[in-house]
Ligand binder design. Structure first.
Ligand SMILES: [Zn+2]
Ligand SMILES: [Zn+2]
Length: 451
């Protein structure tokens, strides 16, 4: 198959122009429609035809030619090009996403640094209000580009015509690094788009790794410290990869007996909540079988807000092929592998090897049949089950309401009050004592884990 970019002229179609000129706030169907046309029509963009020499050098990351052209013609760096009105920083940033380069060191890095250093505005919005950061936050191929833009003052809260910020896009497209970077640079997780969705509202449709990242920052801002924020971190010296733990509480880790002693003396003595205590630990009877309840799909990624084929990267692949072919470039040898599909949860029969093992488990409340983002309430004749599993998913069970209503209620209360995803899931220290006894320590709710 052979692609050639931009066989059609790259102009703004009538319908798109009408939507852009619409006096009212763009939302819902109209916003989705505009997004779709914007993206489909962008395929007509042909950098060889639609850009000035200077713009083309930006887009292709041809640094040497760019500097020469700049010195000779002194282009206006505040100007925009093409019918979409892309500024030069946007062209270089988008180029870094579309053009794969064979060298280790991306030519887009010096290109962007040169443009910024020469005074090109970093947040110049295009025809739909998208800035370079909007694009890169959704899909960044050269890690440094994101850092360069943010360091140059790109605003993670700048809103496009749909009211969405770069942080919205980063969450939507499961870009963990972009979310972290945007939040470090003051990205507002509660900023509402025209439809009333904040990035935080979309998080519930994102991967567990994304939940863990966002909640880490929210706790950081709030000054809240929870155990197991970073897996295997020594509570005393901060060293990573520690396996030994405080056997009393089972939530803090240490690298050495010395660190444990000093941490105990320096205050853990008063904060250590014992694992084996009636007040803080619930003994449940796990059921090993198929479960009936419906649970929130935390690893499924729902296309909730934006009209695009999210997740499979098909659009990027198509565009890549097209550009690679057009510029006679070869496919990079060590190209990034496609992201793995989320692992599905299979029921594992009870295994004796799990006995006596200290582990972290995730407890998920069942969701209601109609209101899928709220825990299911009790309905006569219907079984409610809390889904329980560990990181490796070699321990999977459920806790059934009808078999142990008191236990169920205690767990449900803690998860609703202190859990994440609006009270749908929580992580706890646990131990399987026997086939019929699973101890879950509800005295400490642990930080969200990336699974
Ligand atoms: Zn240590
Ligand atoms: Zn302890």
């Amino acid at each position: 198959m052979h692609f050639s970019p931009g066989s059609q002229p790259f102009i703004v179609p009538d319908e798109m122009a009408q939507l852009l000129a619409s006096p009212e706030l763009l939302k819902r169907e109209k916003a989705l429609r505009l997004r779709k046309i914007y993206q489909d029509n962008a395929d007509n963009f042909n950098p060889l035809r639609d850009l000035s020499n200077f713009g083309r050098y930006c887009f292709l990351g041809q640094y040497d030619k760019l500097v020469k052209e700049y010195n000779e013609t002194k282009p206006n760096l505040r100007a925009t090009e093409t019918s979409y009105k892309w500024g030069y920083i946007s062209l270089a940033s988008n180029g870094s996403r579309c053009i794969r380069t064979l060298s280790q060191f991306s030519p887009f890095i010096p290109t962007l640094l040169f443009l910024i250093g020469s005074g090109a505005p970093v947040d110049l919005p295009d025809i739909a209000g998208l800035t370079a950061l909007h694009h890169v936050a959704m899909n960044n191929r050269v890690g440094e580009v994101l850092q360069i833009l943010l360091a140059a003052g790109a605003n993670p809260n700048i809103r496009d015509i749909y009211g969405t910020s770069p942080l919205h896009g980063a969450v939507q497209y499961d870009q963990i690094e972009a979310v972290e970077m945007c939040m470090k640079h003051g990205g507002d997780i509660h900023l509402l788009d025209n439809d009333g969705y904040s990035p935080f509202a979309i998080v519930r449709y994102a991967s567990p790794t994304m939940h863990a990242t966002i909640h880490k920052y929210l706790r950081l801002y709030a000054g809240v410290v929870v155990p197991m924020e970073e897996r295997g971190k020594c509570a005393a010296c901060g060293k990573m990869g520690c396996k030994s733990q405080c056997s009393r509480c089972r939530v803090v880790r240490y690298c050495s007996p010395e660190c444990q002693v000093s941490h105990w003396k320096n205050g853990h003595k008063t904060t250590c909540v014992p694992f084996n205590s009636v007040e803080t630990t619930v003994v449940c009877r796990p059921s090993f079988g198929t479960h009936q309840g419906e649970h929130f799909p935390t690893s499924a990624f729902h296309n909730h807000v934006m009209a695009d084929d999210i997740g499979d990267g098909e659009r990027e692949r198509r565009r890549d092929e097209k550009y690679m072919a057009a510029y006679g470039l070869r496919e990079e040898q060590n190209a990034k592998p496609a992201p793995k599909a989320p692992r599905s949860l299979k029921f594992v029969p009870f295994r004796h090897v799990m006995l006596g093992k200290s582990m972290i488990v995730k407890l998920q409340l069942p969701v209601g049949p109609y209101i899928r983002d709220k825990p299911a309430t009790k309905v006569e004749g219907q079984i409610r089950e809390i889904l329980v599993y560990n990181r490796n998913r070699d321990f999977v069970c459920t806790i059934i309401d009808d078999l142990q209503p008191e236990v169920y209620t205690r767990l449900e209360t803690v998860i609703k009050d202190k859990g994440s995803l609006g009270g749908l899931k929580g992580y706890f220290a646990a131990e399987l004592e026997s086939q019929d006894r699973l101890k879950v320590k509800i005295g400490d709710i642990l930080a969200d884990q990336p699974w």
